[in-house]
Design a protein around this ligand. Structure first.
Ligand code: GLY
Length: 361
């Protein structure tokens, strides 16, 4: 089974890829089409998307509020109700046009409505293009705990058109960059070496970078779609990163942290832990730290908040038998998974992060 390749959503790129959706609609003849958008993609992306879709079928648009705080089951109920009221049936097609919240939540709604209708992802943020929309993970948060409820179901296809990124803020672009850096760190040192010299806004070969990241991710997902083995490597930086993200969602009085911003911190912390537990070379820790701080700046995390962040770790989906399991690095592009980390080392990693010369971006 380990060498087997599992089917993963096909990915198409650029303007030409709209033909693939049109072809799909022509061949599969869905009974109706529903486009899920959020308040941002309704304003900035929907009109240009619809311009490329040629069909006589009615297209209904369902809109949800933008923002991670809306990625919960009540929003799903709203979308399930809308589908039902608008007469969706098992032959309906759902198209998720948006960032990670829209593609994760839309994929979950589609996969569960009438026990599953097909869906297509059209990611409009860098984060969703290189990570969320690809590989079949769908779901929602439970309270402030990330992605606790969901299923793994592959989209019929993913269409990546980087023109949608033109309206994305630099901060949102950086958030996507965190996942791109992660791909280099876990799977491709040459790629990492190239990325570490980029500045966040110097992305002249963005299309090439997006495609390379998607290929790295797809190669992993094809081997292990249900995250029993190698797919866990994609969670590097996410064990502590998700706990930090959940902590900030729990504390709306603090400055909001985007997913990639939390993962960027998580990658520094987990690289530090890697040097302590797996002899990850300290010059490479320095390289990772410098690159991430240059791109993301730093966040001052109060030492008194660390206990709360630590207690959120117990909800991590990679845990088993009550033990928190980390993906760490033996070297760049040599990840090791299912590693237990003593609590004092986690604290030490936060102390290391705090000792860096942090400036908020
Ligand atoms: N975001 C990590 C994965 O899809 O496995």
């Amino acid at each position: 089974m380990n060498e087997a390749q599992h089917p993963v959503n096909p990915v198409f790129y650029g303007i030409e890829s709209y033909q693939k959706i049109n072809q799909y609609i022509q061949e599969k003849k869905p009974s109706s089409i529903f486009v899920l958008v959020d308040t941002n993609t309704q304003d900035h992306c929907l009109a240009s998307f619809l311009k490329y879709i040629s069909t006589d079928l009615p297209i209904e648009v369902i809109e949800i509020e933008a923002g991670e705080e809306n990625k919960h089951i009540e929003t799903c109920t709203g979308v399930w109700n809308a589908l039902s009221e608008l007469g969706a049936d098992r032959k309906s097609l759902m198209i998720n046009l948006g960032g990670g919240v829209v593609t994760d939540l839309g994929g979950f709604v589609a996969s569960t409505f009438k026990r599953g209708i097909p869906f297509i992802n059209v990611p409009t943020t860098l984060l969703s293009m290189v990570d969320a929309s690809v590989g079949g993970k769908t779901g929602v948060d439970l309270g402030n705990l990330k992605n606790q409820v969901g299923v793994i179901v592959q989209a019929e296809m993913v269409l990546i058109d980087s023109n949608y990124l033109q309206t994305l803020s630099p901060r949102e672009m950086r958030s996507g960059l965190a996942e791109i850096l992660k791909h280099g760190l876990i799977a491709d040192e040459t790629y990492w070496n190239r990325l570490k010299d980029l500045s966040s806004l110097d992305l002249s070969d963005l299309d090439v970078i997006i495609e390379h990241s998607v290929n790295l991710k797809s190669k992993i997902v094809k081997q292990d779609p249900y995250e029993r083995t190698i797919r866990k490597n994609l969670n590097f930086g996410h064990t502590l990163g998700h706990a930090i993200e959940s902590f900030y969602l729990t504390h709306p009085e603090k400055d909001k942290l985007l997913h990639g911003e939390a993962i960027a911190i998580g990658m520094i912390l987990e690289s530090f832990i890697s040097t302590e537990l797996l002899k990850f070379p300290s010059n490479k820790l320095q390289e990772i730290t410098t690159t991430i701080i240059k791109l993301f700046g730093g966040v001052a995390i109060d030492m008194k908040d660390i206990n709360e962040i630590n207690s959120l770790l117990k909800h991590d989906k990679k845990n088993s038998n009550g033990k928190v399991k980390f993906v760490l690095l033996e070297d760049i592009s040599c990840p090791k998974r299912d590693i237990e980390v003593p609590e004092d080392l986690i604290i030490k990693s936060f102390e290391f992060y705090s000792s860096l010369n942090l400036t908020n971006h």
